[in-house]
Design a protein around this ligand. Structure first.
Ligand SMILES: [Zn+2]
Length: 223
């Protein structure tokens, strides 16, 4: 224990900084008092110091930036694994908040959304990424099915509208798929029994039917 010369309190010897000059190799004033004195000195001339610091920064901007850049890079290189781990944990802990921020930002910056989408498409089109995605899907089939189910469950209305749009396009184009569906409904034929010839003949019939219908509608509207 030692009594501080400044505040007069009795404190543990650890509260006094090591020094060759003091008694038993420690200073006479406690750390708290020393810190306070340093702060007082600093704030006594605070405005002048701030101004000086600002001028110094302005004059040595390039040097400071370069030094900071180097310092940061060095730190990153040294702590690569640690930082990776840290950010991974941070992302998992704050996933919801991060996603919310991201969505808000993208809503405010529509052109960024497009830019991001283009970047994603270009990235996914790279040969090695394509290969990797394919491999991943192959190894995670059941996960894909699950995620699809989850998506459909969470977006029922969207999926319904999308499905309707898709079906409408199929009908408009009289696609093979649509004809197959019709044949299956009427004759209950299996997929393999429906030949391309059969599809073509149905298509012709459907086209004729539509023609007749549109002619009839024209007559009704003009009469
Ligand atoms: Zn003290």
């Amino acid at each position: 224990m030692r009594v501080c010369k400044k505040c007069g309190e009795r404190k543990s010897i650890n509260e006094f900084v090591k020094s060759k000059r003091g008694l038993y190799g420690r200073r006479y004033t406690c750390n708290k008092c020393r810190n306070k004195r340093a702060m007082d000195l600093y704030y006594k001339d605070h405005d002048r110091r701030l101004k000086e610091a600002k001028i110094y920064r302005e004059r040595n901007k390039d040097k400071i930036n370069e030094r900071e850049r180097k310092c940061k890079k060095q730190y990153r290189d040294k702590n690569r694994e640690k930082l990776k781990q840290y950010f991974r944990e941070y992302r998992t802990k704050n996933r919801e908040r991060i996603n919310k921020c991201k969505i808000e930002w993208l809503n405010k910056n529509p052109e960024a959304r497009i830019r991001r989408r283009l970047y994603q498409l270009a990235y996914n089109n790279k040969p090695h990424v394509k290969e990797r995605n394919k491999e991943y899907r192959k190894n995670h089939k059941e996960m894909e099915i699950l995620s699809k189910k989850k998506y459909v469950n969470n977006n029922r209305e969207k999926v319904r509208i999308c499905g309707n749009k898709y079906m409408k396009r199929q009908i408009d184009e009289i696609s093979d798929r649509y004809i197959k569906k019709l044949i299956n409904q009427v004759y209950n034929l299996s997929k393999n029994d429906i030949t391309q010839d059969l599809i073509e003949s149905w298509r012709q019939t459907l086209i004729n039917k539509r023609l007749i219908k549109s002619k009839r509608n024209e007559k009704i509207s003009t009469s």
